[in-house]
Design a protein around this ligand. Sequence first.
Ligand SMILES: *Cc1c(COP(=O)(O)O)cnc(C)c1O
Length: 429
Amino acid sequence: MLYKSLNLKAPKVTFEQAVTLGLAPDKGLYFPDTIIPLENSFFETIATRSNEEIAYTVIKQFIGSEIEENDLRKIISETLCFGFPLTKIEENIYSLELYHGPTMAFKDVGARFMARCLAYFNKNKPNQKNTILVATSGDTGGAVANGFLNVQGVEVVILYPSGKVSDIQERQLTTLGQNITALEVDGVFDDCQDMVKRAFLDSELAHKNLTSANSINVARWLPQLFYFFFAYKELKKMNLPIIISVPSGNFGNICAGIMAKKLGLPIQHFVAATNLNDTIPRFMLDGMYNPKPSKATLSNAMDVGNPSNFIRIQELYKHDFLAFKNDFSSYAFSDEETLVALKDLYTKNQYIAEPHGAIGYLGLKEEMKKHGKSVGVFLETAHPIKFLDTVEPTLEICLPIPTQIESIMNKEKKSIKIKTYTDLKNYLG
Ligand SMILES: *Cc1c(COP(=O)(O)O)cnc(C)c1O
């Protein structure tokens, strides 16, 4: 399988090269050179298939022969070692819970898959070393740290802003040790991000084989295809048009959903629900892409002003705005609206959501007004415990600590404090 750069000024590469490079040399995002729809018989029989089988069928064309069938099946089954329940909220509205993995964020699936692909490629190269360098404002770091723990030939370096991530998130980054190092930056998230970007461009660090592990990387982005097939597997028997709402920040998750539709998955309509970082809701009004600096909100994993994956979505529609508008809507919601939705979900439906899922729910309700009888799904992308500072006071409840989180609460925090790019460079060596 070959991948092209969406800037079209770099050579096509293999899956392995796309994974190890992250971004193309011309700074473009990698994108599959061909996308072949799946056979009808697959969709007809999907309800009888296991999640592992579905995942294998969906992703194999994007890997080609670069990973042996048995190894790819093993990578998939290790990636999907937890459930993806579809919970009924109200008549014809469901929550697809993506937070039952080890760090209780949907990013676990992408991180686990990518880590295992890199381990596979490094297996026969004892001298190969990759360094995964990530800046995190919260959820990405924990999922990446956990996913890559003890992966052969891979060092993970995570930059996070000191005092700006929650207690649980900090513990997820700083207590693992082994091949994971947390750099605690005296600054804000943007400072971390700037240092990481500078390191990727720094020729003096070329020997470190720096790789990104955000949704720009095809191995983190593509496995998100699975969620949409899992939802369809459960809902097919209802025989209704399906609408899916995705709380969106960098638009990697929803881009995978749209890609699933290109593979033939019968989804009627997609909704990208955002917080006040509304670059895409504004784009949908007039087709003008005007990114803005990000604003801080309660749903902070979606505080993105310039969503990097949107270019991949436009590629899927060959930049045809009208065709795109037919399949896709986007709505923005304030923190106040988010809190009202959180409360409503709890008092009316006894469902405990968190701010990102609540925004997904709001987007879904908005879109469903425009359709006849249909069934709607919103993705719940994090466990409420990850956002307990908002959830507990709003719902006036005390959340029990899940076992995944409990196990890190008493471990010792280890981080290295840094302030400047020179500090980072000295650390990386
Ligand atoms: C990362 C994240 C999102 C946004 O996902 P994108 O693929 O960047 O759009 C939404 N919710 C949570 C909890 C996240 O961690």
